[in-house]
Design a protein around this ligand. Sequence first.
Ligand code: UGA
Length: 427
Amino acid sequence: MPESLRVGVVGAGYVGLTSAACLAELGHAVSCVDVDETKIAMLRAGEVPISEPRLPELVAGHQEAGRLTFGTDLASLADAELVLLCLPTPTGRGGTADLGAFDSALGTLRHVLAPDCVVAIKSTVPVGTGDRAARVLGLPVVSNPEFLREGHAVADFLHPDRIVIGAHEERAAARVEALYARLDGPRLRTDPASAELAKYASNAFLALKVSYVNELAELCERVGADVTDVVGTMGLDDRIGAAFLSPGPGWGGSCLPKDTRALLHTAEETGMDFAVLADAVAANARQRDRVVAKIRHAATGSRGGSLAGVRIGLLGLTFKAGTDDLRDSPALAVAAALAAEGALLTGYDPGLARGADLADVQLVDDPALAAKDAAALVLLTEWPQFRELNWSQLAQLTERACLVDCRNLLHPAEVADAGFTYWGLGR
Ligand code: UGA
């Protein structure tokens, strides 16, 4: 029978809340602490502030069973055997990770934690942060990066494709290993610096892959090839893999943009020009501009390219399907650029409540309202339910029946049959 640990989780964001609920599911006794009193009050009342499958059930069930508690006082972690740091590390000055919240927690924890406590860092932090935290706390600190995806957070936690443990000491590594004793999945035991870098390297590589495919889509258009078949062929090679080869309006979200910037900053600090990564970031901005140019072309046609006063309907605003998260959403970056040219934007997103307040887009709760009188309808997020829309009806509602599919989600022939002139990416 794997041992049950007294675990403290600091931070109730995506990583913290998912970890806390899932560790309770694995049989540990978990206290989750966050400085945000409103959030903690919500969680105590069983309300989960993020949209993640299974998370509300886990939070409610384990709170009721007494395996999961929420609070705002770090002092409550005095008897924890293991503390996981799950604090946000947003982009700070010059692209570096801002460790303000992280350091502030360390400042309190150093007076609170028991002398035999082990600390593990789940936040994405620059190389060397774990060793620095160990010096501040006077305790062993293990790097244990998290690889969960938004929209799949619980499943990714409970069925990990890897568990990375970066530690100097065996005793501390064993404590973290015990936390996951009930989980399958390969373990990778390494030093803290390698574990810290591995997380950045993974996210940056994913960004690189998408930037590559977005540039490839542009080349496909220029030479008259179909990117779907090109990446379909590439993906069958095990060395390349089929995932992360879908062209789109650019990569976004709360992780890839921040982590690529931070990794570039780390490289710069060492005097290294990480040129391939810098260009992946530049390619992401080029992709937004390309998408905007395509929409301008589709929407204005004979009007000579000015978007001033032109109505455009947007389908999908979140940074990817399956989430309600708008942070660093490429769809919103495209919307901002269109609005800056004077376009009038109406947007529909199945993940967003109607009341959400957006700077550049009037949010509606029906795709038909986004299509109404639009010079172009633009699909920006790959929600699968968009495939099932009544495209003939939507074509009738638009002013010009132009459809720009920025995720290559739809079958061009089918929407053409429905009456649309279709633009995809790279096909
Ligand atoms: C990402 C990583 O995938 C996780 O492994 C990692 O744990 C997480 O960051 C994190 O650091 O916490 P997430 O931010 O949820 O997860 O988003 P992804 O699913 O990676 O998507 C990132 C962006 O790339 C989205 O804008 C998505 O639309 C875009 N994308 C992805 C494409 O444009 N094409 C693709 O083929 C794949």
